[in-house]
Design a protein around this ligand. Sequence first.
Ligand code: ACM
Length: 622
Amino acid sequence: MKNILLLLLIAFSADVFAQGSDPNMGIIPAPVSVKKDKGEFKLTPETIIFCDSPDTRAVHFLTDYLKKEGFVFSVTDISLVDKKQRNLKNSIMLAYNFKGTLPPEGYELQVNADHITLNGKNAGMFYGIQSLIQLIHKSNSPGFATIPCGIIKDYPRFAYRGMHLDVARHFFDVNFIKKYLDVMAAYKLNSFHWHLTDDQGWRIQIMKYPKLTDIGSQRAQTKIGKVHGADSDLYDNTPYGGYYTREMIQEVVNYAYNRYINIIPEIEMPGHSLAAIAAYPEMSCDPAKAYKVGETWGVSKDVFCPSDATFKMLNEILYEVMELFPGKYIHIGGDECPKDAWKKSDFCRQLIVDQGVRDENGLQSYFIGRIEKFVNSQGRSIIGWDEILEGGLAPNATVMSWRGEAGGIAAAQLNHDVIMTPGSGGLYFDHAQSKSSQEPLNIGSYAPLYKTYNYDPVPASLTKDQQQHIIGVQANMWTEYMSTPAKVEYMLLPRMLALAEVAWTPQSGKNYKNFSEERIPHHLTRLDAQGYNYRVPVPVGAMDTTVTGDKFNIDLKPSVEGAGIFYTLDGYPPRETDLQYTEPIKFSIPAGKHIDFQAIEITPSGKRSIVSDIKMDNRGSK
Ligand code: ACM
């Protein structure tokens, strides 16, 4: 009975939100404040863009975007137009030098029927432009569009809004990295955590140590399927490799800069360092051992040795990394460092005595502390995964809390900055998006859209002062089981849109129903048109469930605008040749019988959801 009520509730509420009722005007992430007005601004070939700072990244972004989308317009520096001659009719005014103040990265956007005003500084202007772009409804005539009237006041909840990508397990070329940055910027994420090194590959050119890429970027083969699967000894017998040259990195850094994204490069140490050790065995505690770049997944026991020689090399490597990446943060990893090699090492045993530390955890802390000192000496700061708390936290480190929130809470209590990224909060995008066996191969665990969406990065157990140390939130994309860009996009979208709302929107402004049913369908259509792959959610109102009783009303709505829903009642998986759902269907199930309502959603571009199965059962309780 409970299930029937749930189903009816879903069916009913799907109707309540008709088109145009969305209080957020379709914008993701939901703005802080939206006041909708009647009417719309018409973008035509006569539209003028006035600005007071024409040669800025944000203004270039908007004009490049409009040109690419086929709009015709002119751009005029408002300071060159006499005050008396100014006619703002059919214009968009981009004002950096507006009167008044806004919170950091904030903007104010006012759309009237005859003109638009956008106030914002730097990133604020850029984010106002992203909202404006989302409001543009293209018409059927090329070069014409409408923008609904309203007033938006907006600024982010967190300063750090991050998305990570592991390019060590699988390598993704510069074009894909740019595409990844594009979608991050569109949703107001501002921190790209680039996981550049790991056991299975070193992906950044270092001039002083060429073997890091000559040897460390190549592996002989790659594990097929799950590490712990039935065929755990199967490999593809195919050499795999790739790395970014300094020029490529500079190109990506510039591209990100133009989108107000800071890149946080990660150089893993002391663990997850097998690729580097395969290139330079002298960085390990047992240089005589034969090493090869990792071919399987998991955690390697071969790790950097905390020797002076290793620190000298790492400092030189980090020096080159800092030459390429201008941002404040350098991520030095610090996670999952087995201590086996250190326990076997006479050198490490002596180092424990010399440093007066208790054990190998103390050496881990010594390692991170020494690296932090060097990074700080160059005017930068380190971020590390929460294991850097073990054995004592380096004095200025920012902690990325991934094993739940405990590390982040402990770090904030010690007055350290924290970025929350717990797998338990739905922020590991290598986890499956549903419990269905139809999901593609993934690392395991479960992070459905609503779980990501409902995550709140600020633990209630912290005091108000300690909460200020939660500087942001990030989702992680580990790519052991993602060997193609299309698969990464499938795992990214739409979950990244939920992350964006977690990172930007005040907790009080979040509403999963509005997000998933009213805004997501339109955004997935837009992303489709931009060439992104994504996971097609099952239709709104569809789910894997068993409902008992004799009367049912199936009421569904596409989760992607314009998509078709097809269904079967015969127990076979539905496809486009089956019955198309067009309106709510009433079922009466005879006593003793059951019917499976299986549905699939297929988008105009041919993307398919998994099959959902509502089992309507009138066989009596068993
Ligand atoms: C991690 O997932 N090992 C940070």
